[in-house]
Ligand binder design. Structure first.
Ligand SMILES: NC(=O)c1ccc[n+]([C@@H]2O[C@H](COP(=O)([O-])OP(=O)(O)OC[C@H]3O[C@@H](n4cnc5c(N)ncnc54)[C@H](OP(=O)(O)O)[C@@H]3O)[C@@H](O)[C@H]2O)c1
Length: 247
């Protein structure tokens, strides 16, 4: 028996990096996992890697009406929803003078709007005891130069986590935020095309444990927050950051 045996889970952005690792771990531990992304081909590849117990649904979180597609797929499955990991998102570097309306709008629409409307739209499907895990970031607490818009989206997520935990506590639904430090994913190395290793070395130097993290290390924390192992936790931020914002 896995720790999320027979639960139904949704991982937004499950084709790559942290989302793919979390989906794989949830499936390994017995859950039926819906993953989303914007490309059918990437979803099919991810589902093949996860193995049986996963289903890919093309759904773009930045197009709020499109979130209905995955909601409908979960409804048709007919077993409600026990775990939600709102992972889809990302950011780009832009120094203050270079921030454009497009950069601001697309980052906030995906990271903040995508999280908000995913959680809102799946609420009617949630089974009692459901667990919602939001994707935060140490960037919400640090001052990382040229990352202000992304960091502000993650500060919004931090706030959502607390407010929604309070709002949903009476329904037996828990809401927690996993807070990754720098994790080696396509999303992270994609921030510095051509200078990937330099970026990773720079980020590792800022982590007390002296390295960047692996997606599987975030997946382990997501599994814990998703499962009944964390049954007395809600409104919490769980830092998985090699000590970056703790020390
Ligand atoms: N890596 C880090 O160091 C780090 C640190 C702190 C927090 N985080 C957070 O962790 C989450 C995952 O990051 P990652 O590093 O694993 O990134 P990644 O490797 O770029 O993966 C991002 C995932 O999100 C999906 N996605 C992006 N935009 C989407 C949209 N509009 N609709 C649906 N899916 C979308 C992508 O799928 P498709 O491209 O196939 O659509 C992909 O599956 C993000 O919220 C990120 O902010 C990452």
């Amino acid at each position: 028996m896995g720790v999320v045996q027979d639960k139904v889970a949704l991982v937004t952005g499950g084709t790559s990096g942290i989302g793919l690792a979390a989906a794989r771990r949830l499936a390994d531990e017995g859950a039926y996992v819906f993953i989303t992304g914007r490309s059918r081909a990437r979803l099919d590849e991810a589902v093949a890697q996860i193995g049986s117990g996963a289903e890919g649904v093309v759904s773009d979180v930045s197009d709020f009406a499109d979130i209905d597609t995955v909601v409908e797929a979960i409804r048709s499955h007919g077993r409600g929803l026990d775990v939600v990991f709102t992972n889809a998102g990302g950011g780009e570097f832009a120094a203050l003078p270079d921030i454009t309306v497009e950069h601001f709008t697309s980052t906030f629409t995906t990271n903040v709007g995508g999280t908000l409307f995913t959680v809102q739209k799946v609420l009617p499907l949630l089974n009692r005891g459901a667990s919602i895990v939001l994707a935060g970031s140490t960037a919400a607490s640090n001052g990382t130069p040229s990352f202000s818009v992304y960091a502000a989206t993650k500060a919004a997520i931090r706030s959502f986590g607390r407010t929604w935990a309070a709002e949903l506590a009476g329904s037996g639904i828990r809401v927690n935020t996993v807070v990754p430090g720098p994790i080696e994913t396509p999303g992270l190395v994609g921030l510095a095309p051509g200078n990937e290793q330099e970026l990773l070395d720079e980020m590792a130097a800022d982590v007390p444990l002296g390295r960047v993290g692996r997606p599987e290390e975030i997946a382990a924390a997501v599994l814990f927050l998703a499962s009944d192992q964390s049954s007395f936790m809600t409104g919490a931020e769980l830092a998985v950051d090699g000590g970056q914002i703790q020390l």
